[in-house]
Write a protein that binds this ligand. Sequence first.
Ligand code: ASP
Length: 294
Amino acid sequence: MSKTSRFALAIHGGAGVKPDRDYSEVEAHLTKLIAHGETMMSEGASAVATVETMVIELEQSGLYVAGRGAAPSKSGRYELDAAIMDGDGPRAGAVASVSRTRSPIRAARTVMDTSPYIMFVGEGADAFCAAQGLPEVEDAESWYRLPVGVSAKETQMNELSHGTVGAVALDSQGRLAAATSTGGLFGKEAGRVGDTPLIGVGTFASRTVAVSCTGLGEYFMLAGVARDIEARMTYSGRPLADAAQASLDAVARLGGDGGLIAIAASGEIVMPFNSPGMKRACVREGESPKVSVL
Ligand code: ASP
């Protein structure tokens, strides 16, 4: 395939930050990670491989409320959600409420690549991933850790988790992809699932746009955010920035907050949020990476 686009990549580590906390470790991590992603894409990695790698590294760092940084639900069980979508196809995979599988985003990718389905949940999802040979958490106490800027007490409060992670990419062959992974809301009831693993809500990619959301999932579900952005672009011809802002405004009107990262087929990147800050970084071919928290 010949080169048709300048690549573009954006990553996030969740909406909502506490302005009085020190996020220098997070900023350093995002800076390193976006540089890694830039290298991958400049060497010709596909959008879907890049977003998966970015989210695996965000999960494994334990700095965010996803993967190793997830907090348990009220039942004491860790219940994690993730989704990935390759806009070139399209193809998608998702898991919800996995407790044993170490990397929820690898689980989602495995569902996409090896099953005829799009989503697995709970015990069945863990069993499917184990059968596919994905690594499991052997000792939850030593595997999970509190993410940066989060106290143990906060993980029991029902609020925005401040740390869902995600990535969106446009590769040099014009393909778009999105991936999102979360431990869900702090203090959630057992079995609660938010927007993250829902294709078209927290995660979506097509040939027009790739979107990864973070925020109060219930409101993102009511507004159907990710697919709504694509619909505004496709049906009304609106530019990405307008479409993303309109969709986020719909979330705000319903009473929710959060943010999203998105890339259009043109290479335009947007990272709007209406929460106090959003950990984020982006890069476009030939430009310097940008990293911000507030
Ligand atoms: N959207 C996630 C959820 O509702 C939480 C977050 O992004 O902080 O599960």
